[in-house]
Design a protein around this ligand. Structure first.
Ligand code: IPM
Ligand code: MN
Length: 373
């Protein structure tokens, strides 16, 4: 089959990790006889530099016409350190989410046995943790009315949710739970926020349509603690835009590195796939960033296109790289050896193509040469 993929490398380490993701996709194309046609587009600080706009019109068009969007990262220290900046790279991503109607953000958090030893958690606490976070992505306090008073002394951000906005993401969370351990936890702040009370009421109604799925509730402050004490107790987490941002960063610690977490953002017509890590400007151009989150985003993209076998091949290749210790510095543990971003990408692409490591040359791998004899 032939697919058009909009590719937005973005800023910082975005272009480097996206290059590895493309290598994985190219390997899938070769092994399974597909064609992926890449349409590159600008977003973020690089788009501000080149076009004066973090989300040029052309980028929206390219994304709307693609079968899927693959995105790297955005953000630059120049803007982070300047709170007065009027145009910010992040505005590009937020607007793209809205333009494409990407209301549901899915963030799986899995613990790889091989990496448990790197974790700050005790093995018995995190081993077997397998959570998927459903974060509402196009409403709430991120997109409500906001204002700074003329004298600069007061400001407000408003949080608004409609039943419709809550329902559409809730249904996706319940459907996902049906294919998993059949449990949804709604994270909110219903003791304080009226929007949270609307979430509880709406989600409780929806739960009646999914009799095989259990539903429970946690206040976000308590959830932040329970996740650390007993992460295995969570299956599907459903939550608002802001709480989802915070909770998913917290959950990323379980996997051993934020460089491992992929995500999808789903709308009625479009879908975007991205690593959850940021642009990590300090590592830009050094070939040291972990490309696994980007490559795992490719697996989610393939799954979304219905290419399940292909998605599985990408995931197996990632697991193989972890098993063999062909990993970047952030997850090397006590190993002396670690590989560059591009070497990890190269190994994974090779493994997808050959799906076999019996003819791999391990001396070469550790010297960073070709992985195949
Ligand atoms: C994320 C990011 C974004 C968010 C930023 C870059 C606006 O942290 O995708 O989680 O807060 O949604
Ligand atoms: Mn975030």
């Amino acid at each position: 089959m032939k697919y058009t993929i909009a590719v937005i490398p973005g800023d910082g380490i975005g272009p480097e990790v996206i290059n590895q993701a493309k290598k994985a996709l190219d390997a899938v194309a070769e092994a399974y006889d597909h064609i992926f046609l890449y349409k590159e587009a600008l977003m973020g600080a690089c788009a501000i530099e080149e076009k004066g706009d973090p989300l040029p019109e052309e980028t929206i068009e390219i994304c709307k016409n693609a079968d899927a969007v693959l995105f790297g990262a955005i953000g630059d220290l120049k803007y982070d350190n300047n709170p007065a900046a009027k145009i910010r790279p992040e505005q590009g991503l937020l607007r793209l989410r809205q333009e494409l109607g990407l209301f549901c953000n899915v963030r799986p958090v899995k613990v790889y046995d091989k990496l448990i030893k790197n974790s700050p958690f005790k093995k018995e606490i995190i081993s077997g943790t397998d959570i998927v976070i459903f974060r509402e992505l196009t409403s709430g306090i991120y997109f409500g009315q906001k204002e700074l008073s003329e004298d600069g002394q007061t400001a407000f951000d408003t949080c608004t949710y409609s039943v419709e906005e809550i329902s559409r993401v809730a249904h996706l969370a319940f459907k996902a739970a049906q294919g998993r351990r059949k449990k949804v936890t709604l994270i909110d702040k219903a003791n304080v926020l009226i929007t949270s009370r609307l979430w509880r009421k709406t989600v409780t109604e929806i739960a009646k349509e999914y009799k095989d799925v259990s539903l429970d509730f946690l206040y976000v402050n308590n959830a932040a603690v329970q996740m650390l004490l007993n992460p295995k107790a969570f299956d599907v987490i459903l939550t608002t835009n802001l709480f989802g941002d915070i909770i998913s960063d917290e959950a990323s610690v379980f996997s051993g590195s934020v460089g491992l977490l992929a995500s999808s953002s789903i709308g009625e017509k479009n879908a975007l796939f991205e690593p959850i890590h940021g642009s990590y400007p300090e590592a830009k151009g050094k070939d040291i960033a972990n490309p696994l989150a980007s490559i795992l985003s490719v697996a989610m993209l393939l799954e979304h296109l219905g290419l399940l076998e292909e998605a599985d091949a990408v995931e197996r290749a990632v697991e193989k790289s972890l098993d063999l210790g062909i990993t970047t510095e952030d997850i090397k543990g006590k190993n002396q050896y670690f590989a560059s971003t591009s070497k990890v990408g190269h190994f994974i692409a090779d493994y997808i193509t050959h799906q076999d490591d019996s003819n791999m040359n391990f001396t070469n791998i550790h010297m960073g040469q070709s992985t195949i004899i």
